[in-house]
Design a protein around this ligand. Structure first.
Ligand code: RET
Length: 219
């Protein structure tokens, strides 16, 4: 995540247009926040135990602290690329904060039943969010130039696939209390997802300056 941050800072050097700078600033913050949250988890600060019945679950709360800031930023990147209006951006971010908020409650809930109920509420918000992404946001992206619309589709599809995997890893992992995926594998899965959803996404987004220039130039 730190290397990703440095790479994005490097890519942003010399970009003068304030509208274009927005993409770089947002993307740099995404990986910088993740880098410090991973540092917190690695050093034992970002972790706690939650009692579910007589079982003590290890909960990495720093994940949720990361996601509550970074997922709205990822959506903002995508929405700016699509040239979305304020209402669409607010709807997406509202749904996203709702999803991570209820997901955090799921992680701290004290019985398996309530954990799964909160997981269901959070997953419902994710599905509505993806619906807005495929509907309203994709519609505004179609008004952009073909290169921008194509970059938008690539990033949108990447986001849909990766984001759908988060609730799956969560429910199969230790948080879901079914004990299907041990903590080690769950941690590895979240790490790969986080790296792809943040650094992978950012590399694709910031790959071409000329496409971003078109995205910010009114047609
Ligand atoms: C939780 C558990 C409850 C159900 C759902 C979840 C969704 C999480 C998502 C996280 C995305 C994170 C990203 C991070 C950074 O790159 C909270 C796991 C639906 C979609 C993209």
């Amino acid at each position: 995540m730190t290397l990703g941050t440095l790479y994005f800072i490097g890519r942003g050097r010399g970009v003068r247009d304030p509208k274009m700078q927005e993409f770089y600033i947002i993307t740099i913050f995404i990986t910088a926040i993740a880098a410090v949250m991973y540092f917190a988890m690695a050093t034992g600060f970002g972790v706690t135990e939650v009692m579910v019945g007589d079982q003590a679950l290890t909960i990495y709360w720093a994940r949720y602290a990361d996601w509550i800031f970074t997922t709205p930023l990822l959506l903002l990147d995508l929405a700016l690329l699509a040239g979305a209006n304020r209402n669409t951006i607010a709807t997406l971010i509202g749904l996203d904060v709702f999803m991570i908020g209820t997901g955090t409650i799921a992680a701290f809930a004290a019985t398996p039943g309530t954990r799964i109920a909160w997981w269901g509420i959070s997953t419902g918000a994710l599905l509505v969010l993806l619906y807005v992404l495929v509907g309203t946001l994709s519609k505004s992206a179609r008004n952009q130039s073909p290169e921008v619309a194509s970059l938008f589709s690539t990033l949108r599809n990447l986001l849909i696939v990766l984001w759908l995997l988060y609730p799956v890893v969560w429910i199969l992992g230790t948080e879901g209390t079914f004990g299907i995926l041990p903590l080690y594998w769950e941690t590895a899965a979240f790490m790969i997802l986080d790296l792809s959803a943040k650094v992978g996404f950012g590399v694709i987004l910031l790959r071409s300056r000329s496409v971003l220039e078109r995205a910010v130039t009114p047609s």
